[in-house]
Ligand binder design. Structure first.
Ligand code: DAL
Ligand code: ZN
Length: 349
């Protein structure tokens, strides 16, 4: 084989091998809904996108999370919306929150805020409190681990009636305010994150009070789709690659069905569709086999579910890293061209 052809073939092979090696890391960029909706499990993978400007489309669930340092830059008091209750939310939602509260009050179904933004640390305290009260397996079915809560996004609100007390003590979804919210919240940009009979896809038990703000346009689209927010965001916006895992024997066990009595604070009690909202009873909603918790200790602790893979470039390819990989690829291609050119000059073409 003439040396030029040989060198050319070698260079091409080198470039191909390099491309193949980089492909898994590059693939997630710009990808959407990489694969089917992941089955419910407990993991610690950084969600993408998660920029503060990506607020309507950032998905957090039992698998995907934001960092401890995630603190929305525009938190303001809910009182700026003229709604009863305390707490902070992102300023982005204030106008729609005000409009919704006014409409609910005008309809005779006043609403207030029970719980709004929660920092990583306060979510940790909330989760730990429930674990202490009901045990970890039960707590996982209704309380997010820190980093995994929509409350940390500053976009989730647990609503209550106004006047009224805690919504966590009964069938709030069947109260006038709860019913009004079910019917109209989406018109103001709010989606009920954890509806009844959907635990297999939301990974949480029914929460009549918990709404996530995504803005009016997206809320209308999600509402019309009939999908839960997790399903919709995953299919249309989430770019994270979530590796499939082979369930270990202990992770295939069903979580205990919560039958805990409602409590007063600091967050919703362990519930299922049947115990909180009679109209939503459906066998299976309360104890989905898909939501089998596998972690029996703190995330990352010995004996817990698979270790966090936050740092995985495949699972969470940072734009800067992507740029670096791109530069490396460019370098390899340049070397390839140089090799070819030297080969050419060597044979005196
Ligand atoms: N109760 C919901 C899942 C949360 O803790 O964010
Ligand atoms: Zn909530």
């Amino acid at each position: 084989m003439p040396s030029l052809v040989r060198r050319g073939a070698l260079a091409a092979a080198l470039a191909l091998v390099t491309l193949a090696a980089l492909q898994p890391g590059i693939a997630p960029i710009g990808a959407r809904g990489a694969g089917p909706l992941p089955a419910c499990r407990y993991d610690d993978i950084m969600t993408t996108p998660r920029g503060y400007d990506d607020w309507p489309i950032t998905l957090v669930d039992t698998i995907l999370r934001v960092p401890k340092s995630y603190v929305p830059p525009d938190l303001v008091s809910v009182s700026q919306a003229g709604i009863a209750g305390r707490g902070k939310v992102r300023a982005i939602m204030i106008d729609d929150l005000r409009a919704m509260a006014e409409a609910a009050a005008a309809a005779g179904n006043g609403i207030g805020v029970q719980s709004a933004y929660r920092s990583y640390e306060s979510q940790q305290a909330v989760f730990d409190g429930w674990v202490a009260q009901y045990g970890r397996a039960s707590a996982l079915t209704f309380s997010a681990r820190p980093g995994h809560s929509e409350h940390q996004l500053g976009l989730a609100i647990d609503f209550r009636s106004d006047p009224g007390g805690s919504p966590f003590t009964g069938s709030w979804g069947n109260t006038p305010a709860g019913s009004w919210m079910k019917q109209h919240a989406w018109e103001y940009g709010f989606i009920r994150s954890y509806p009844p009979n959907k635990q297999k896809v939301t990974c949480y038990a029914n929460e009549a009070w918990h709404y996530r703000y995504v803005g009016r346009d997206l809320a209308a689209t999600v509402h019309a789709s009939g999908l839960t927010l997790r399903e919709y965001l995953w299919a249309n916006f989430t770019t994270t690659v979530v590796p499939a895992v082979t369930p270990r024997p202990e992770s295939s066990a069903k979580p205990p069905t919560s039958s805990a009595a409602p409590g007063a604070s600091p967050e919703p009690t362990a519930t299922d569709g049947a115990s909180l909202e009679p109209e939503t009873t459906e066998p299976g909603d309360a104890s989905p086999s898909a939501a089998a918790p596998s972690d029996t200790g703190p995330p990352g602790a010995p004996g817990a579910s698979p270790p966090p893979i936050d740092a995985s470039p495949v699972a969470d390819l940072d734009p800067a890293l992507a740029a670096g990989l791109g530069a490396a690829l460019l370098g390899v291609l340049l070397v390839t061209v140089l090799v070819l050119r030297r080969g050419r000059s060597g044979v005196g073409l």
